[in-house]
Design a protein around this ligand. Structure first.
Ligand SMILES: O=C(O)CCC(=O)C(=O)O
Ligand SMILES: [Fe+2]
Length: 448
């Protein structure tokens, strides 16, 4: 998967467009022209210093000392951006911030060119995304009311349902009932035939206090208020779905809202791994797959490059050869569960199709998708090749931003973190799964 992380724009949420670059670590090298410029200045400075020494030595007049000191001070100040830097002679690192930076215009021209070339080589497979910004007045009202909510027991389904019902009532009254546009957006998100595949929500109500990101391998944040939980669960439910947990998933902070942050130790999942998370569908090995997946960002973290990638399955299928697509649609595969899943709770032995309508059952670890015969194995290789060469767009999540996407129509992934500190300041997100239809026992337990 190739993701553009070079571009920036002024939006709080950065949504990068197609471009054939791999994620790049923060650039540390200084451009060559800066170095040359600095060396030239250094020699100019030296010549003037020699001249001043010569003038002082020749005149032997005491009042020249005052003049000399004054001139040197003024010169040093203007030539090198501060006396402090020159005391240590020329220190490239200290000087760097004073030197000219490459012009941003040149960078954007180049990336636009690459972009347009790529468009002709490969059509975009970006998910269809709608952005909705919560109006300030509604945000403040929601923030106030959500702060009063208590989720007594995060492990109890009764307590969870009571919490979600209150959050839904508040969100309905304060925002949704007066906003027809938002009602339509939410409806489209779960409608099979609608174009919308994901919604980015900006300017969310947020918790006043977010504890430091745990660094001891813990899976719980112990946040004292539940504002982010309220907006996440209520928005998904008001789209016409139900929050669910999965019995097979044992690693989450609780079954219904998962606290996600990179962890320095302990078992990792897609939510906690520091490395790249390949494109996948969540819960692809399950019988009932979540219709929606919501991710809300509480803390952006130090890593301003990391991106969540979203790819439209419908568009992907259009660019793949028809014979590969046809095999993927047949029940000739097994999908095994990832290492962190309790396999006693799932049937991973049954043979199934990998592509089902617009739903691509792609596990986090691609090797868990196994062909039952030679042709099926070949179709998987072809699919993996297409996915690896894909130019996926990425979304860098910042504080108070949420993305809810259709987990049946979109596959998603994450670029590797390039700047983790493990000092309490790293990224924190919350995640929930939602399904449209709940049957039997699951209606009561909200567990699948
Ligand atoms: O960390 C992310 O942005 C997404 C990770 C992921 O795949 C998930 O939460 O399901
Ligand atoms: Fe995922």
């Amino acid at each position: 998967m190739i993701v553009d992380t070079q571009q920036t724009n002024t939006l709080r949420v950065r949504w990068s467009q197609n471009s054939p670059t791999t994620p790049s670590p923060p650039r540390k090298e200084r451009p060559k022209e800066d170095h040359d410029h600095a060396v030239e200045r250094k020699w100019n400075m030296r010549s003037i210093q020699i001249f001043l020494f010569w003038a002082f030595a020749k005149s032997k007049l005491r009042y020249y000392l005052g003049l000399y000191t004054f001139m040197v001070t003024v010169f040093l100040h203007y030539s090198a951006g501060g006396v402090g830097t020159l005391v240590t002679d020329f220190n490239p690192e200290l000087q760097f911030h004073h030197l000219r930076r490459p012009k941003p215009a040149a960078v954007s021209v180049q990336s636009t060119l690459i972009q347009s070339q790529m468009q002709t080589i490969q059509p975009s497979t970006n998910a269809n995304i709608v952005t909705y910004t919560i109006p300030d007045a509604a945000k403040h009202e929601l923030e106030h009311e959500f702060h009063q909510l208590v989720w007594h027991d995060k492990d109890s389904v009764q307590s969870t349902i009571a919490f979600i019902e209150q959050a839904k009532r508040i969100l309905q009254e304060q925002l949704i009932q007066g906003d027809v546009e938002l009602q339509r957006i939410l409806n489209d998100l779960v409608t099979e035939s609608a174009e919308t595949e994901a919604v980015i929500f900006e300017n969310l109500p947020m918790d006043r206090m977010i504890p430091a990101t745990p660094t001891d391998g813990s899976i719980r944040l112990h946040k004292p208020t539940f504002v982010a939980e309220a907006i996440l669960t209520a928005m998904g439910e008001l789209a016409g779905t139900h929050v669910v947990g999965y019995k097979a998933e044992k690693q989450y902070s609780n079954p219904w809202v998962h606290e996600g942050f990179p962890r320095p130790k302990g078992p990792s999942s897609a939510l906690t791994a520091a490395s790249q998370v390949d494109l996948h569908q969540d819960m692809s090995y399950q019988g009932v797959i979540p219709d929606l997946l919501g991710l809300v960002c509480l803390r952006e973290g130090q890593d301003t490059q990391v991106e969540t990638t979203l790819v439209s399955v419908e568009k992907l299928v259009q660019v793949m050869p028809a014979n590969v697509v046809s095999v993927l649609r047949q029940p000739r595969f097994r999908i095994e569960a990832a290492g962190w899943v309790d396999t006693n709770e799932v049937d991973i032995t049954k043979t199934r199709s990998v592509l089902d309508g617009k739903s691509l059952h792609l596990p986090v670890h691609w090797e868990n998708m196994v062909g039952a015969d030679a042709e099926a194995t070949e179709a998987i290789s072809a699919l993996r090749k297409y996915l690896s060469e894909l130019h996926a767009s990425g979304l860098h999540l910042t504080d108070g931003v949420m993305v809810i996407f259709n987990n049946q129509k979109v596959i998603h992934g994450r670029t590797p973190y390039v700047n983790l500190k493990f000092d309490g300041t790293d990224r924190v997100v919350l995640r929930s799964y939602f399904v449209k239809h709940l049957d039997g026992e699951a209606k009561e337990t909200r567990m699948l």
